[in-house]
Design a protein around this ligand. Structure first.
Ligand code: NAD
Ligand code: TYD
Length: 344
């Protein structure tokens, strides 16, 4: 492994992976390949300054010619694919871009990777492919039951990865991460959205009763999990990367308000997300058996995350303009109005 194409590396987890790899493996060359959608942000890569070790290429993973050119120019031998449309609520508004990137884009990357003779293809997937887990913990052999258009498009991409391993003998590894949080996360996802809204004393729209359960994973732990799977994972296998720290959304909301010293009166219970999965929970023993351990508790990770957003307003204030505000309006205006009407 020498020249690694990190597709989607200008996003939240992909940029954390690129920053980590440059620091951890000076002998590797990291090529970030990213379309720079609304979620892609070159500010996330500012901490990487070493031109010899890192390069950025703007491109779409569903654009065959662009993928082929990058593979050839940089003599890529390994792909770690983060590129995706990643937000469930946006997939409910429209799923076009999700199919384009999360399913078709993955196919194009695989197909060009095969033609180019890649040594390894690691695909970053999600616990959401397992669907709603009422009790117990998902293990890697469990079936898929995706419920949102986002989860379905990710499942489609994963199945294509599997097929390229079985049919074409490609060396593929899949990781399935749980709900990830930390610095540089686009402020549409629960934690960065609520932290930055609360900092401005704005209402926090909790969907439904807020008793949905998610498994929280600090971004650095997600990244070390991918590193372990990349170096020690077995071809054709999938590995869960889970914080194994299950919490109700409403408790997470109380926790972050407490850390910020903001009042609970900011909470609004708004009409629920359509098709909302009640619970995600995964078992991470298979990855632990390869040597991975989770390094952060939720308490510590939340503390660090809240501090980072407080110290880096320059990063998120410029995001919360333009397209972001249009999305906010579409997603929340009617919901917040409905919540206001039903207040005593
Ligand atoms: P993100 O939305 O922050 O970043 C996605 C990145 O992909 C952006 O930089 C965007 O510009 C890029 N991109 C989108 N379409 C592209 C295309 N067609 N070609 C090239 N680049 C494109 O997402 P994230 O939260 O960092 O998630 C990264 C990966 O991890 C995704 O595959 C996601 O499904 C998976 N994942 C995320 C979580 C989570 O909680 N955030 C949990 C488990 C798995
Ligand atoms: P999110 O961060 O969108 O991740 P995912 O849907 O992939 O789990 O949401 C996490 C949880 O928080 C999920 O149960 C939905 C809920 N949520 C809200 O209650 N309000 C919000 O405004 C958002 C964005 C999420």
């Amino acid at each position: 492994m020498k020249n690694i194409l990190v597709s989607g590396g200008a996003g939240f987890i992909g940029s954390a992976f690129a920053r980590y790899m440059v620091a951890r493996y000076p002998q590797y060359r990291i090529i970030v390949f990213d379309k720079l959608t609304y979620a892609g942000n070159l500010d996330n890569l500012l901490p990487i300054s070493d031109e010899a070790q890192y390069r950025f290429v703007r491109g779409d993973i569903a654009d065959r010619a662009a993928v082929k050119a990058a593979f050839q120019e940089f003599e890529i031998d390994t792909v770690v694919n983060f590129a995706a449309e990643s937000h469930v609520d946006r997939s409910i508004l429209s799923a076009d871009a999700f199919l384009h990137t999360d399913t078709v884009g993955v196919y194009i990357l695989l197909d060009e990777g095969r033609a180019h003779g890649l040594e390894c293809f690691l695909h970053v997937s999600t616990d959401e492919v397992y669907g709603d887990v009422h009790e117990g913990y998902s293990v890697e052999g469990d079936g898929f039951a995706p419920n949102s258009p986002y989860a379905a498009s990710k499942a489609g991409g994963e199945l294509m990865v599997r097929a390229y391993h079985v049919t074409h003998g490609m060396n593929t590894v899949i990781t399935r991460g749980s709900n990830t949080y930390g610095p540089y996360q686009y402020p549409e996802k629960l934690l960065p959205f609520f932290i930055t809204e609360a900092m401005d004393d704005r209402p926090l729209p909790v969907y439904g009763d807020g008793r949905q359960i998610r498994d929280w994973l600090y971004v650095e732990d997600h990244v070390t999990g991918i590193d372990v799977a990349l170096h020690y994972g077995k071809a054709g296998e999938a590995y869960n990367i889970a914080g194994e720290d299950l919490r109700h959304n409403i408790d997470v909301t109380h926790d972050l308000l407490g850390k910020l010293g903001k009042p609970e009166t900011l909470i609004r219970h708004v009409p629920d997300r359509e098709g909302h999965d009640r619970r995600y929970a995964m078992d991470a023993s298979k990855l632990r058996a390869l040597g991975w351990t989770r390094g952060h508790t939720f308490e510590q990770g939340l503390e660090d995350t809240v501090r980072w957003y407080a110290d880096n307003t320059w990063w998120w204030r410029k995001i919360k303009t333009g397209e972001y505000l249009e999305y906010y309006q579409r997603q929340y205006a009617a919901r917040l109005a409905a919540a206001e009407q039903s207040r005593p």
